[in-house]
Design a protein around this ligand. Structure first.
Ligand code: AMP
Ligand code: GLY
Length: 422
């Protein structure tokens, strides 16, 4: 099969690495990819959100399958675009339809969806500019912290946890006043949940499903989970606190009702559901849904998946998912993300990277990198994920840290405490 993978991060390098291990994958193209993905296939300069360009490329290169890494093409309706065109309909595009992608693209939609099945999640109310005063009144009745979420996609910055009612009110005014553009024309205000977070990944064809390895990511820039939120500074799979009892609760209370609601709404969903959960006194609550795999979670989830990924993705389209056995690596995987100095605020690109060849006993997943004149240079905030296996997470993290020290580029920063709270 000829496969086109959309995206350019560490997640996509991990996908490229795993997809090309399959004998079913003949040619892999990555659009636009990074310096790491080009080791596994051909990078092509295409914007994943330009569906016309993507579909033209698919036809001229006889693409059989498209794997969509990031959420934006899904939220913008890439699945529907291919489905609605008889020349494109035969191409297997992995992901939910535009309606299904609303699970990520609209926080309010996700809340109504969960309520329909009594899926455990924080209590909430939603507000728009016309109901600003009701929103301010609602905040007055809360006990801080107060969680405010821009309804739409806001590049991972749309969630604010206000530590006082005053701050929450100012934030509500700012959001409804256009702080995140159209994304915050609607705001969800919800109850603050205190606990430990983890992520469950489900692969579904809309009827059957398989659960992929569980992971926990570390979103804050600073050690001890301090400072600004980032795309993710590291991840562990499996997090030891997610035991069989917890997973059974997640399956019964969250995964199965989610599938039932997808069916009730007749949503065409052939792809990944990323369920962000929080364990509050050993009870799981949903923090959010995403309609794609996580980054950097994919950099620990796919290395633990022994099953052929192309076979699994193919099964979404021929009804055979239930016949596939998911085989997992029993060892723990950990990834440590090297980032550019200054990230997630202002940072510089184009720094020459060296000593990548000295990495031993870790998988290297490039994120923000590109090839330039035979060298690899930084090209983003998150630069490279180093994934290792261990008999426990401490061993795995330690191995990644040894290699994190070796790779050099000006301004390199990484967290040395991934797993500190486990
Ligand atoms: P989200 O973009 O929905 O993943 O939110 C970003 C982060 O905000 C989550 O990973 C949580 O750490 C935090 N968060 C979101 N909702 C809540 C909540 N109801 N209570 C506590 N923390 C939350
Ligand atoms: N690591 C969180 C995300 O991919 O959204």
């Amino acid at each position: 099969m000829n496969i086109l993978l959309l995206g350019s991060g560490g997640r996509e390098h991990a996908f490229a690495w795993k997809l090309t291990q399959s004998s079913l994958c003949e040619t892999l193209f990555i659009a636009p990819g990074n310096a790491g993905t080009s080791q596994h296939g051909k990078n092509v300069q295409l914007n994943p959100n330009d569906f016309e360009a993507v579909s033209t490329f698919c036809l001229s290169n006889k693409i059989d399958m498209v794997v969509v890494g990031p959420e934006e093409p899904l939220v913008r309706g890439i699945i529907d675009y291919f489905k609605d065109d008889e020349n494109l309909r035969h191409i297997k595009v992995v992901g939910p339809s535009m309606e299904g992608a609303k699970l990520e693209g609209s926080k309010a939609y996700g809340k109504v969806f969960m309520a329909a099945q009594n899926i455990p999640t924080a209590a909430y109310q939603e507000f728009t500019p016309t109901s600003l005063n009701e929103g301010l009144e609602f905040i007055s009745q809360q006990t801080p912290p107060v969680v405010l979420k821009a309804d739409g996609l806001a590049a991972g910055k749309g969630v604010v946890i206000a530590q006082s009612l005053e701050e929450a009110k100012e934030e509500l005014k700012a959001m409804l006043g256009g702080k995140f553009g159209a994304a915050s024309e609607r705001v969800v205000i919800e109850q603050f949940l205190s606990g430990i977070e983890f992520s469950v990944f489900v692969l579904t064809d809309g009827t059957d499903y398989k659960i992929l390895p569980v992971a926990k990511d570390y979103k804050k820039i600073g050690e001890g989970d301090t400072g600004l939120n980032t795309g993710g500074m590291g991840a562990i799979s499996p997090p030891p606190f997610v035991d069989d009892v917890m997973m059974q609760k997640v399956v019964e209370r969250v995964v199965e009702p989610t599938l039932i609601e997808i069916q009730n709404r007749k949503i065409d969903y052939k792809g990944f559901i990323f369920i962000g959960l929080i364990s509050v006194e050993n009870e799981p609550y949903v923090i959010e849904y995403n309609c794609r795999m996580g980054d950097p979670e994919t950099e620990v989830v796919l290395p633990r998946l022994k099953t052929d990924l192309v076979e699994l993705l193919n099964a979404l389209f021929d009804g055979s998912l239930k016949n596939i056995n998911i085989e997992l690596e029993a060892k723990t995987a950990a990834t440590v993300m090297l980032v550019s100095g200054g990230y997630p605020e202002k940072y510089e690109k184009g720094k020459i990277m060296s000593n990548i060849g000295e990495v031993e006993n870790s998988l290297i997943f490039h994120a923000g990198t590109k090839g330039a004149d035979g060298q690899v240079v930084t090209n983003g905030g998150r630069v490279m994920a180093l994934t290792s296996f261990g008999n426990n997470f401490q061993e795995a993290v330690q191995q990644s840290l040894e290699n994190a020290e070796k790779v050099e580029f000006e301004g390199k920063y990484y967290r040395k405490d991934i797993g500190f709270d486990l």
